[in-house]
Design a protein around this ligand. Sequence first.
Ligand SMILES: [Zn+2]
Length: 321
Amino acid sequence: MKEHYVIALDLGGTKIRVALVSRDGKMLGSTRHLSSPVYGLSYVLRTMEMSIQNILDKTGVGLDNIKCISMAIAGINDVKKGIVTTAPNLPGWHNVHLSRIISEKYKLPAYLINDATAAAVGEHRMGAGRGYENLVYLTVSTGIGGGIVIGNLPYLGKDGAAGELGHMKVVANGPRCNCGKDGCLESLSSGSAMKRMAIDAIEKGRSTLIKSFCNDDINALTAETIAAAARKDDDLANEIISQAAYYLGIGISNLINIFNPDIIVIGGGLSKMGNVFLGPAKEVAKKTAFKLPASTVKIVKSKLGDNAGIMGAALYAFDIK
Ligand SMILES: [Zn+2]
């Protein structure tokens, strides 16, 4: 019998990644294209189709060797119907019947899953969470996303909207979040939150190395700029990182109390800051949460990194009967 693959696709606000993945988690080739969602839905769809063609050409695998197409989407998806309900980072994507569009094009089954939930599945099956039954995954980058695995299965919720961990409230009447509400974890601990804190302080006249790391263009500053300044022991950068880490710790302590998970896996660009960010967050989480679950939970960095979503999307789809 021929070996079968899933075409796994990870669609985010910045990139589209595609890979072929086998049932035992081997990745065959991968491609990466800019998603450029500002050009609209049909542009993104064309780029997705081009990426799929690209991976088939590159690997020499034919569609007769493909079991299905599984798409990890940065948005809220109706997983059962295969509809992207809403996707804040993909402007114009409302109630898009993506599974049907892709399935009709390729004459193959097509499935959707939230990208962070897919990453949770990936880490659970092949990454840092291998062998653990209950896992919570947090991705901390420009925004904060999450995915939940309970009893070895992804928890999707009634509408497929579960796991929006970045939007748990950690400060009543706190800063405005990208979702339109106030005081969410994302508004306090994400890359965009750190950027806002840096710009506010600079506009108030605070002197900082952060400015020189972005050539005095404050709009160009990122969490990475702030991390670079922190490595030079810049006071403002240190303050911002420690405040963001504090609230991340509060968020994690809530997850510990709610889920009593075996393991919490932290991925996303900001996790690459390592201990300067994650160390204090872990400390706050362990101090704030209930003693027993705080003493048993493991809090670790993602092992699969950027591949977690693609891997999880594929392995999730292999399990669909
Ligand atoms: Zn929010």
